[in-house]
Design a protein around this ligand. Structure first.
Ligand code: 9MR
Length: 675
């Protein structure tokens, strides 16, 4: 008989000690320009159950069924746990984990499942039950997965506890039926992750003169390291799901605010602005909205239409008024354009029943309830000319009628190849004549260009290409900073992205921070493109096998020719030289050459110190320093920096522990080459 494995349980202090070790390692390995992102250690097993000691090792029934150790079959060793006598599909083996799991840590749960001999094939899933204040909630860790009596199936998934709880358990259940089943080799583990980097510029400071920068969030982004990363880099948040109709009013008249209140409350407490997403959409809207009280689908007849608009008015009034001025921007309506229709209007249930009146009602009521909030029409693929033009026509028409549409949201779910910068610029330009605000609302850059590709870890060359895409698109956004009132990314880090399951299940990596919350080359694409090639990548280059395919999906992965840049920048070059250094003080010069084709009158040069240095006195210009961010503007006599021209400023500064050169040099917000 296999000996039971020792239970190893790592406490939070131990975890922090490991994290500290990781930091030390990263800091001592510092390269000249910045600390490389650290990568996680081996997993730490918090709890496991093999049943080899003949006990149930803490597993119990969920309700009335029988849970007992069995030697009829085992996954390794000779024992497993048999569950029999089930009378409902939710019954199954459960293990209490309240003392094992810490809020905010990302755990991996794994268990083997096999149906008992003679049972017909079925489906099983692995879930977590959370109990708080007498009520329970259920989170799926691994969805319905085929299981049989002939072989063991492994269910593995990750879970972050994002709520305060007084009870917590993991359990296996079946999608349907009451088959007897075995489980074996349950493991709960986590990987100690490196700490959030604090020696890199905060995105919100880098972009401070351009636009607020935001991230879509769920509850799990509000705890632990995720929260640290979020509040360090971002100005705004968009609840990714919590404000949608299915979340706020799942059944008529009963509103549910738990997650939305948590997310908006967190934002307010941390000084983050909130984009409200979304009041009207053809997805994530419960069926009752479009159904009569007797279950009949609503039609376009006047009584049905009145009922629908009445429900809409109640919904908008209730949701918007709950948050009042805590939500300054609302995506009042989402994805209402279908460029394949001659009139450009999506044939949603909203449209079929009410024509354009649902939009008129939603905007009118939102304005009434939140008179100072900015009201948006939000859509994807707004770069596609046909869609862009139809959206522009609709916005023009509604505004001409007096419908209070203040802004257009461009989702920007794009990829490493598509769309071109020129097409994206045309998208922004198209709305300028209307006099509306514009925002980038859901940006992510998939590493995939078609549905056939799939990488277990993102190849280095994809991450590099992605970084140049971020660089180019953000350069464009910066040029349109007067039009764009914010830019939001659809997620915080690659550990949690909707693209892991869309358009097919595979690991994607579309954001600026990796699955361990470390800055990716994409981050440097925005902050300091000269660092793109210096940022370590998690894996060697893999050349994917590419089979072009049509997605047929609403979010095409795109296959237009790449506009992706070369690594040269045609803007400016900076040379930073420490000419003298003594304990506590130093003197430096910064030489800027305009390598672009246009003059920079009244230029502004910016950089970020990394070691807490301060500028004490600067000559040949004026200086302002906010934290690590230094902004230099010219003196009267060097105010114009012509194409090909050079300006040199010098300064006296102070330093303490280290005096590494600054990073993130920009000239008029455009990144400069250093060297
Ligand atoms: O990020 C959201 C994801 O968690 C949901 O499963 C999905 C369901 O429709 O909605 C996602 O957010 C969408 C957003 O609300 C509208 N634009 C497309 C986004 C990605 O699907």
């Amino acid at each position: 008989m296999r000996a039971p494995r020792t239970r190893r349980r790592r406490t939070l202090p131990a975890l922090l000690a490991l994290a500290a070790l990781a930091t030390t390692a990263a800091v001592t390995a510092v390269v000249p320009l910045t600390t490389p992102p650290a990568h996680a250690a081996d997993p730490v097993v918090v709890r496991e159950a093999t049943f080899e000691d003949g006990t149930t090792q803490g597993f119990r029934a969920r309700g009335g069924e029988t849970v007992a150790v069995s030697t009829a079959t085992a996954h390794g060793g000779t024992h497993s746990l048999l569950v029999s006598g089930r009378t409902a599909s939710w019954q199954g083996p459960a293990v209490d984990l309240l003392d094992e799991m810490t809020k905010g840590t990302r755990y991996t749960l794994s268990v083997r499942v096999r149906l008992a001999a003679g049972q017909s094939p079925g489906q099983a899933r692995l879930s977590v039950q959370r109990d708080a204040d007498g009520s329970s909630a259920y989170d799926q860790v691994v969805g319905d997965t085929a299981v049989t009596a002939d072989a063991w199936t492994q269910l593995t998934g990750t879970y972050v506890l994002a709520h305060d709880v007084d009870g917590l358990s993991a359990y296996v259940e079946t999608a349907s039926g009451t088959a007897d089943l075995h489980i074996d080799d349950f493991v709960l583990s986590y990987r100690p992750t490196p700490p959030v980097q604090t020696d890199i510029p905060a995105l919100r400071e880098v972009l401070a003169d351009d636009f607020p920068i935001g991230a879509a969030v769920g509850n799990r982004q509000l705890v632990g390291d995720q929260a640290t990363l979020l509040t360090r880099h971002f100005d705004t948040v968009t609840p990714g799901n919590a404000l949608k109709w299915d979340a706020t009013q799942p059944t008529e008249g009963s509103f549910r605010w738990t997650d939305a209140d948590t997310q908006v409350g967190f934002a307010v407490d941390h000084g983050l602005a909130v984009r409200g997403h979304t009041l009207v959409w053809h997805q994530q809207t419960p069926a009752w909205v479009f159904t009569d009280t007797d279950g009949t689908p609503l039609t376009a007849d006047p009584a049905d239409k009145a009922l629908l608009l009445d429900r809409l008015e109640t919904h908008v009034r209730t949701v918007v008024s709950r948050y009042g001025d805590r939500i300054g921007v609302w995506d009042v309506a989402n994805e209402v354009i279908d460029e394949n229709q001659a009139d450009g209007l999506r044939r949603s249930r909203w449209y079929e029943i009410s024509g354009l009146d649902y939009l008129r009602t939603a905007f009118r009521v939102a304005r009434e309830v939140a008179p100072t909030a900015k009201l948006y029409l939000n859509d994807y693929n707004t770069n596609v000319p046909a869609k862009r033009d139809k959206l522009r026509n609709l916005v023009g028409q509604l505004r001409a009628e007096g419908v209070p549409v203040d802004g257009v949201g461009h989702q920007m779910h794009v990829n490493v190849q598509w769309p071109s910068v020129a097409e994206t610029e045309a998208m922004l330009q198209a709305f300028v004549p209307l006099g509306v605000e514009q925002q980038i609302t859901e940006m992510d850059v998939s590493i995939y260009t078609n549905e056939a590709e799939s990488f277990p870890t993102p190849p280095a060359d994809r991450l590099r290409t992605q970084a140049y895409r971020y660089r180019d698109l953000f350069d464009l956004y910066r040029r349109y900073a007067d039009e764009l009132t914010s830019v939001t990314l659809w997620g915080l880090a690659d550990d949690d992205t909707w693209l892991d399951t869309f358009p097919v299940a595979r690991k994607d990596a579309p954001l600026l921070f990796d699955t361990e919350l470390q800055a990716k080359p994409a981050y440097w694409g925005i902050v300091d493109p000269t660092r793109i090639d210096a940022t370590p990548s998690p894996s060697p280059t893999v050349t994917p096998s590419v089979t072009p395919s049509q997605t047929g999906s609403p979010y095409p992965t795109g296959n237009t020719p790449s506009s992706t840049p070369t690594s040269g920048l045609d803007t400016c070059r900076v040379t930073y030289t420490v000419t003298n250094q003594w304990p506590g003080g130093f003197q430096a010069t910064v030489r800027i050459t305009n390598t672009g084709v246009q003059a920079h009158p009244g230029w502004s040069l910016r950089w970020f110190f990394r070691d807490g240095q301060r500028v004490a006195q600067l000559w040949n210009g004026s200086v302002r320093q906010d934290g690590d961010m230094v902004t230099v503007t010219p003196a009267s006599w060097n105010a114009n920096l012509p194409a090909g021209g050079t300006v040199e400023v010098g300064f006296l500064g102070s330093w303490s522990s280290a005096n590494n050169p600054p990073i993130g040099f920009t000239l008029d917000r455009l990144p400069c080459v250093v060297g």
